[in-house]
Design a protein around this ligand. Structure first.
Ligand code: HEC
Length: 119
C-alpha cells in the first residue's frame, strides 16, 4: 500500500511526457491519403501514380508501415491512395495469358482469322 503511494509522484511527473508522445503519434491522424502523400512523400516521389505497381493492398500496406509511416492508420490511408491512383497494371497478367494462348497456338494447327461480322 505504502509503496503504491510512493510511486504516485513519479507517475504524475511522467504524465506530460506520456500525453505529449501520444499527441506526437497522432500528428498524421485524420489526414487523407492524398494529403499524407503530399506532406511526407512528394519530396522524393514526384507523383503517387505508378508507385503501387499493381501490388496487393496488403503488400503495399506492410511495405509502407515498415519503411515510412509510423501509424497503421496512415499506412492504410496511403496504401488505399496509392492503389487508387495507380496506373492499371494488368501487364504481368496480360503477358502470362498471351504466353498461354501462344502455347495453345503451337499445339494446334493454324486457324483462319474470325470472319468479320455483319457481312
Ligand atoms: C527521402 C526520400 C523518400 C521519401 C520521403 C519517400 N520515399 Fe518512397 N522511395 C524512395 C526511394 C529512394 C525508393 C527506392 C527507389 C525506387 O524504387 O524508386 C522508394 C521506394 C518506394 C516505393 C516502392 C517503389 C517500387 O518501385 O517498388 C513505394 C511504394 C514508396 N517509395 C512509397 C512512398 C510513400 C507512400 C512515401 C510517403 C510516406 C514515400 N515513399 C516517401 C525515397 C523516398
Amino acid at each position: 500500500m505504502r509503496r503504491g503511494f510512493a510511486a504516485m509522484p513519479f507517475l504524475v511527473a511522467l504524465l506530460p511526457i506520456i500525453v505529449s508522445s501520444a499527441r506526437a503519434e497522432n500528428l498524421d491522424a485524420g489526414k487523407s491519403g492524398a494529403r499524407l502523400f503530399a506532406d511526407s512523400c512528394a519530396a522524393c516521389h514526384r507523383s503517387a501514380r505508378g508507385l503501387a505497381k499493381g501490388r496487393f493492398r496488403l503488400t503495399l500496406y506492410l511495405f509502407l508501415q515498415q519503411h515510412y509511416t509510423s501509424s497503421a492508420d496512415s499506412a492504410s490511408a496511403l496504401s488505399s491512395y496509392l492503389q487508387s491512383v495507380d496506373t492499371p497494371a494488368a501487364a504481368p497478367a496480360r503477358k502470362s495469358s498471351a504466353r498461354r494462348s501462344s502455347d495453345r497456338r503451337e499445339a494446334r494447327p493454324p486457324r483462319p482469322p474470325l470472319p468479320v461480322r455483319g457481312r
